[in-house]
Design a protein around this ligand. Structure first.
Ligand code: TTP
Ligand code: MG
Length: 346
């Protein structure tokens, strides 16, 4: 019998800030770009559950958040701190798993099939994890337990914050039936909209579509939707953690075509990316520049190099070449982002 636990920290960045600053506890807390009294141009990274009561969400423009709640505590993103806390939590989680897979900064899968052997014992492990994270890191998490990664992941999001949701194999189909297809990894707003047009708003209804129909509509990934709707997921919990790309982006105070400003931004991002490449011991082969124009139209241009490199000059140089192409368009630029990919370790 396979038993997988999925752990997801609650309001991660915001919860860490609350922990560090007792004076803001209990208030709505928003971590992200500077709101600048409603004129800020970046987005919300995350917010605590108090702030969510005002309708504020991750990814929302910070100016919209400001309109919804001016009295919230607004804080900048302190990645270094969150990375350090994440590393400590991953160490705690690892010790409770036969096999372990970290997934982003605040999530992990634990295969506990062997050490637990039963769902009752898996629940004990989950409670021990919660207690340890609460005691050592003063943070709460939500946990899902299920027969595979898919079910464990959906279960951890089922009750938040501080939830514990157990889905045994016999309960799996019933558990999935009323849920929104959006809970399935790989189904985003676009797919959900297509499904809605087909009259499908629950996973139970999704099961009415035949495999061939799903692959006609969505291609290969349609097969995954077919299986996921039935709770089928054979993917293993794997220790490897593959970073596919490293990037930075920046939204300008004012839309611009000022080459000095644009170059300065490219230089800064290239330097940041380069230090991460060095730290992670990676070479890259592809540089991608993202440009968002004043009307929010967004383009990406990439260039691949003949050989893998770690050169900071090439990140900046290639980005400038790609910027020259983007500047053929007369629109002003709102956001610029540099990313390197096709990484290999060395
Ligand atoms: P999530 O686990 O998606 O969110 P969360 O931990 O803040 O809240 P929840 O209780 O719903 O799990 O993401 C983890 C962290 O990743 C989050 O604290 C901030 C960061 N993040 C962003 O920076 N931008 C985003 O759009 C999202 C979704 C997350
Ligand atoms: Mg989280």
């Amino acid at each position: 019998m396979r038993i997988v636990i999925h752990v997801d920290l609650d309001a991660f960045f915001a919860a860490i800030e609350e922990r560090e600053r007792p004076e803001i506890r209990g208030k709505p807390v928003i971590v992200g770009a500077d709101p600048k009294a409603g004129r800020g141009r970046g987005v919300v990274s995350t917010c605590n559950y108090e702030a969510r009561k005002f309708g504020i969400r991750s990814g929302m423009p910070i100016a919209v958040a400001w309109r919804k709640c001016r009295t919230a505590v607004y804080l900048p993103v302190n990645f270094e701190l969150y990375e350090a806390v994440s590393a400590k939590i991953m160490q705690i989680l690892k010790r409770h798993a036969d096999r372990f897979e970290s997934w982003g900064i605040d999530e992990a899968y634990l295969d506990v099939s062997k050490r637990a052997g039963s769902y009752d014992r898996a629940i004990k492990i989950a409670k021990a994890i919660k207690a340890e994270i609460r005691q050592k890191e003063k943070l709460t998490c939500s946990i899902g337990i299920g027969p595979n990664k898919l079910i464990a992941k959906i279960a951890s999001g089922f009750k938040k914050p501080d939830g514990l949701t157990v889905v045994r194999p016999s309960q799996m189909l019933e558990f999935l039936r009323p849920l929104n297809p959006l809970v399935i990894p790989g189904i985003g707003p676009k797919t959900a909209a297509v499904l809605r047009d087909l009259g499908i708003t629950t996973i139970g209804q999704l099961r009415r579509l035949r495999k061939t129909e799903l692959s006609e509509h969505f291609g290969k990934v349609g097969i995954w939707f077919y299986e996921a709707a039935r709770g089928i997921d054979t993917s293993p919990v794997q220790e490897v953690w593959i970073i596919k790309s490293i990037g930075r982006q920046h939204t300008f105070e004012r839309d611009t075509r000022d080459i000095k400003l644009l170059y300065a931004q490219i230089k800064e991002q290239a330097a940041d990316i380069h230090s991460e490449l060095v730290g992670q011991r990676f070479l890259y082969r592809t540089v991608t520049l993202t440009v968002r124009y004043q009307d929010f139209t967004t383009i990406q241009r990439s260039k691949s190099l003949a050989t893998p490199t770690q050169s900071i000059e090439l990140i900046a140089g290639v980005s400038k070449e790609l910027l020259a192409l983007a500047l053929r368009d007369p629109r002003k630029i709102r956001l610029i982002g540099v990313r390197v990919s096709r990484l290999i370790g060395h």
